[in-house]
Design a protein around this ligand. Structure first.
Ligand code: SF4
Length: 398
């Protein structure tokens, strides 16, 4: 076993660097490191073919590995029955693992939305949401809302995830596996991915970019079907823009001026609103992709007509290519904020539209009403975790 491990380590470096050079065609020459170098999930087909060769197998075994990882539900190397037993044993002996985690808990809503808790190798829990939507024309979309961190260090005042604290960044495979878990639960391919779950994606940009590449190239989700969200971290939006991804950037504003924003988003103190807006303009100019401003409406705090007018004025300084998505706040335990009245939401929309700002209101999904982002995880981390061998996914209506 030790000999195999040693034999594998030198070529491994080549394998792991292959992806960065080959698959982000327009990216700057930055290599995306992998925190755990012996996880199969996240590797591309060329990388897996190379890995197979390093283990004395023919290249097509790498293609088989790729299919097993991304097209089947198999989570353990020993269950890769298409592969020779000797290859499986060698991979396991060298410390390789698939990189899939068990689903710890599932909550379902009447509208079909599923919120799941995934239990990571270190027993930490992350939330992922699967949102099925059937359009008026009958086409079906399945959106996976994925987490990028365990918890979040930014502590936005209205957010249950922020209140639950922060543990660590997720690795590439821990982001990718969320999408695969949603696909398996719905028995349908995921059509859209939004990096809007637990955590601030820009604080874990390397893993987020690596996961984005894998989801695009290996899971076959179009770049335009993915959205990367941020509350704003200095110097990261411009960096993201250099990758020229064809994905939407969603910026969580929540206020039309710096003073109010700092009370809602404490981290805004280190990132003035005008600098954030400048960086959004840069993203649009570099990628040609629309920037969406997310705006959580908090009753009596930021939902007045005067706030809408100020927001419109600010967006007009950006030029074209911007959209506002309003999110009526869903109350969470221990929060002083209240959900806005419908009349206030409609007035806010009308005020923006009267200034020719394109605006949408996020539909309140069943789960939003009773389990805001981070709340489910907070509830479950208070109770002791069950040992992995005894965990069965629990499906509970709410
Ligand atoms: S809203 Fe987003 S950035 Fe703010 S605390 Fe919650 S997860 Fe973190």
């Amino acid at each position: 076993m030790a000999a195999l491990h040693h034999a594998c380590s030198a070529p491994l470096a080549r394998v792991l660097h292959f992806r960065a050079a080959s698959s982000i065609a327009s990216s700057p020459p930055v290599r995306l490191p992998r925190a755990d170098s012996r996880v199969l999930l996240g590797l591309s087909e060329p990388e897996l073919r190379q890995l197979a060769l390093e283990f004395g197998q023919q290249s097509y075994r790498g293609k088989q590995l790729h299919d097993l990882l991304y097209k089947t539900k198999v989570k353990e190397i020993q269950d890769f029955s298409h592969l020779p037993q000797a290859f499986r044993d060698s991979l396991r002996g060298a410390g390789w693992k698939v990189g899939r985690s068990p689903v710890h808990h599932v909550v379902s809503a009447a509208d079909g939305t599923l919120k799941i808790l995934i239990k990571l190798e270190d027993n930490r829990l992350i939330e992922t949401v699967g949102i099925p939507v059937e359009d008026d024309n009958g086409s079906f979309r399945l959106t996976a809302c994925v987490s990028s961190q365990v918890g979040c260090p930014l502590r936005c005042s209205f957010c249950a995830t922020g209140k639950g604290g922060y543990s660590r960044n997720l690795q590439q495979h821990e982001i990718v596996e969320q999408v695969l878990a949603i696909k398996e639960l719905f028995k349908h391919r995921v059509t859209n991915v939004v990096f809007m779950g637990m955590g601030e994606p820009m604080l874990n940009l390397k893993s987020v970019l690596a996961a984005h590449t894998c989801l695009n190239k290996d899971v076959q989700i179009g770049q335009r079907m993915m959205t990367i969200s941020t509350v704003g971290v200095p110097n990261t939006i411009k960096m993201l823009a250099t990758y020229k991804l064809q994905s939407t950037l969603a910026v969580s504003l929540h206020a039309p001026n710096q003073k109010l924003r700092e009370t809602i988003v404490p981290s805004a103190k280190s990132y003035p609103l005008n600098a954030l807006i400048d960086d959004c303009k840069y993203y649009f100019s570099e990628t040609g992709r629309r920037v969406t401003f997310e705006y959580t409406l908090l009753a009596g705090v930021n939902d007045g007509i005067e706030h809408a007018a100020e927001l419109a004025e600010m967006i007009h300084t950006c030029g074209r290519g911007y959209h506002v998505n309003l999110i009526p706040f869903n109350p969470i335990e221990g929060s002083e904020y209240k959900r806005p009245y419908k009349k206030a939401v409609l007035s806010f929309v009308a005020a923006l539209e009267s200034k020719r700002i394109t605006v949408s209101v996020r539909q309140t999904r069943g789960l939003d009403a009773s389990a805001a982002c981070g709340q489910l995880r907070n509830e479950h981390q208070k109770s002791p975790l069950v040992e992995p061998s005894t965990v069965e996914p629990q499906l509970m209506p709410i």
